[in-house]
Design a protein around this ligand. Structure first.
Ligand SMILES: CSCCC(=O)C(=O)COP(=O)(O)O
Ligand code: ZN
Length: 211
């Protein structure tokens, strides 16, 4: 470990590699258009590795991943972290078990966010794939995915998310006209949650067109 840095640089490189590989796949699926989306991993109990703002997420290199503290301040970098850094760090700060936060802008997520914003949530009910979410052991029961109004003022959005997190466990939310946030204990779990949200939102949209 480099004693001049407040974090383990080798661990950072490992996490950066993991982010790059996974995000390339998400980008190939069309979920990160036009430099949108942002991604992070918990580095330790005070720091996270996160994507630099404005970078093409389909072509990330190690230079596009930087370190922030849990107040969203850059650590050891002149770059600007994601404009939405606070939405990542609020989760790391509050929940020591959360190790990965993924934010994407797929068409399915964005269309669903627009359609369901007036009611404030999308309801999943009776899908086998609800078991993809950690802690769910059955398809029975309902799961409401919150939809928050979009804003460029991250403290406002973070406060709304925080208020809902008080009410019980959740694995993600939509932002109106914007996209989806999903998280998990590690990259594999966060990706599983992200993919389950994408699939179930797609089902709900398709059912609406068929009804
Ligand atoms: C062109 S996308 C607008 C910003 C956004 O919603 C996003 O996800 C990417 O922002 P970042 O600062 O993380 O690149
Ligand atoms: Zn975004």
């Amino acid at each position: 470990m480099d004693a001049s840095l407040p974090y383990d640089a080798q661990h950072l490189r490992h996490l950066a590699g993991e982010i790059i590989t996974n995000v390339r796949e998400l980008s190939l699926a069309g979920w990160t258009p036009a430099t949108s989306s942002n991604f992070s991993r918990r580095l330790d109990e005070k720091h996270a590795a996160i994507t630099v703002s404005g970078r093409d997420k389909g072509r990330l290199t190690e230079a596009d991943i930087m370190v922030v503290d849990f107040d969203g301040n850059a650590v050891g970098s002149e770059h600007r972290p994601s404009a939405e850094t606070l939405l990542h760090t609020q989760l790391y700060k509050r929940f020591p078990d959360i190790g990965c936060v993924l934010h994407t802008h797929s068409k399915t997520q964005t269309v669903a966010s627009r359609l369901y914003a007036p009611q404030g949530h999308v309801r999943f009910d009776g899908y086998e794939l609800q078991k993809a979410f950690a802690g769910n052991t059955t398809h029975e029961g309902v799961m409401d995915v919150p939809v928050f109004p979009n804003t460029q003022h991250m403290p406002t959005l973070a406060a709304q998310v925080d208020a809902l997190l008080d009410k019980g466990p959740m694995w993600g939310y939509l932002i109106d006209g914007h996209g989806l946030y999903a998280w998990g204990r590690d990259m594999a779990e966060a990706r599983r949650h992200l993919e389950a949200f994408e699939f179930l939102l797609g089902c709900e949209l398709e059912l609406r067109t068929l009804k």
